[in-house]
Write a protein that binds this ligand. Sequence first.
Ligand SMILES: [Zn+2]
Length: 437
Amino acid sequence: MLPRLLILTLAAALARAAPQNAGELRDIQDAQELYKGAQVLRVEAVSEHQKEVLRKMQEEQKLDTWLNPAAGRTHVDIMVPAPALDVVKDQLRNVSATFRVMISDVETAIKDENPSLSEEEEEELAGRQGHRFTLQSYHRVADIHGYLDYLAQTYPDICSVQTIGSSVEGRPIKMIKISSSKSRSERATKPAFYIDGGIHAREWISPASVGYIIKELTENRDSNTFADKVDFYIVPVVNPDGYEHTHNGVRLWRKNRKDASKGRCAGTDLNRNFGYKWGGAGSSHDPCQEIYAGSAPFSEPETQAIRNFVSNLGTSVRAYVTFHSYGQYILYPWGYDKKVPPDYADLDRVGKKAAQNMRQVGGASYTVGNSASLLYAASGGADDWAKGGPRVKYTYTIELRDRGRFGFLLPAQYIQPTGREAFAAIKTISEEITTSG
Ligand SMILES: [Zn+2]
């Protein structure tokens, strides 16, 4: 027994550590170097001059922006590598910009976020029938996809799993359909609800919360009878390559893994790559930027997979929710400009109802509003495409917890409360699309 367990543990440890090639090894070393002693600063940039200095610093020092300014808040969260800390802080003081340290050591925050399993927990998971997914920690793609396959086997009446495409590196993009509809005609009378997570690799709370939603709709279905009136199509990890990369050591990777050998200039921001008003404000044509829109609309296999799948579902899709982090926002189109769609009052009303219910189950407050006016313009987003392309009525981007204390490095103990909130939003929107027809 012991040798087998030892081998399993060793294999798991190796899989966790194994980089794919020399370039990836260098990326990992660079990232670990970058995170050591790095801090996340929250900077209040109020005057135009302060903003200008900040912008310049972000560019010159290649600072990773975690959170951009938004309506009602003037702060920016930036990650500053240890060697640049003195210079950056001095320059901020020079222009009298106030700032405070949100995360005093990124490397430590990464270590604390997702504690590795104890030997007993590892043993329990290894001995468990069917799958390794839990809500106690952040899991690898294999565990999340394994959970979908387990559900399809265990609840064949309501679940099926389909691979809707492959990533740049050839990983499957899996979708679970959860529906009690028995026939095509029954399906035709029900609204469809598309949900996804994990477009941005580093936002781990997103796939984890989508996992929570999937569990509620299947294993806890008896307490969620509203689900019988909706057909759910759920993709927990849209960007499996990027997500695996964040687990392999480059924790704060955001984009997909196109041209992986190009170091920090690799990858496309999938949430700038959708083909509605592509390439405009809030996206970049420079591959080295975090918001690189890609070489053309839908240039990436991951966004193509979503486009093809949702387009094929046709007009039955009444709701589209894509989960991100962080900031606690419920956002509706448009993102490309400070404009709203003609039916924005409906989106606003349902968004506010969702926020109310989220607060009731979890306690966190979420701000509701239009993407571009509440945050910043961002063209090529999935939500704009869903609204502007296939014309899905209730289209939202939900930025999950938190508001910046941990940022992207939200400890695993927050998965359940955040998942509860995410599920409350899904329930609210489901009830809306089943009653408003
Ligand atoms: Zn995101």
